[in-house]
Design a protein around this ligand. Sequence first.
Ligand code: C5P
Length: 245
Amino acid sequence: MQQQLTDVRERMIVALDFSSMDEVKKCLERLQGHIRYVKVGMELAYAEGPAIVAYLKEQGLKVFVDLKVHDIPNTAKGAMKSLARLGADMVNVHAAGGTAMMAAAREGLEQGTAAGAARPLLIGVTMLTSTSKETMNHEIAIPGTVEDVVVHYAKLTKQAGLDGVVASPLEVPLIKKAAGDSFVTVTPGIRPLGTDQGDQTRITTPEQAFRLGSDYLVIGRAITGASDPAGVWQSIVAAVEADRA
Ligand code: C5P
């Protein structure tokens, strides 16, 4: 299903990591006519509330509501019911919540989706792209390699009936091998050449991410923090299209 989205612009999700509607409006003005899909994370959702999703939908944008739900199954189910009612196109939970929580989340999402409407894509977060092996091993106390843990979480996510995972593009080939080509991969940790790595560790360029098989790229600061966001957007699209030609 995801493979039919041949226009690269439908697959690039801009992370609106702002704390107010004003900042969002300013950013959207500069990217108007270019972007198709945006992500609302905790900073914006907690500051502006559910109205922000309705506003973005009114602008004709698709919306990934990235609240990374991780709670007991009953609470996760209720959270997803509410998110489905907001009209989100994509939502997520932490795979570390386990299969019972993920299955409950899916049930809640189905219950909250209006009759005749498409259920939002439900994605499991594997290991945050800012997490290094050292942090995972010594602080989160999970032994092994990040790749092994990500693949384990991807399999659990699929087993629980979710549509895909959030992971680093570097892990996409392993995920597709373990869970199949149609299992959706959403990949943050994207840095066009020459941009600041910031707090991310497992990163690639946009071209590499698509080459590795990512279905959706999440790009934040490289675009929203640029002095010419539309220019950066266009250069990314051009670089990806050239790479595919
Ligand atoms: O600015 P940058 O491109 O690093 O933003 C990446 C976005 O993707 C942020 O909004 C961050 O919360 C989100 N994200 C992530 N790693 C995950 C899941 C989401 O970086 N595993």
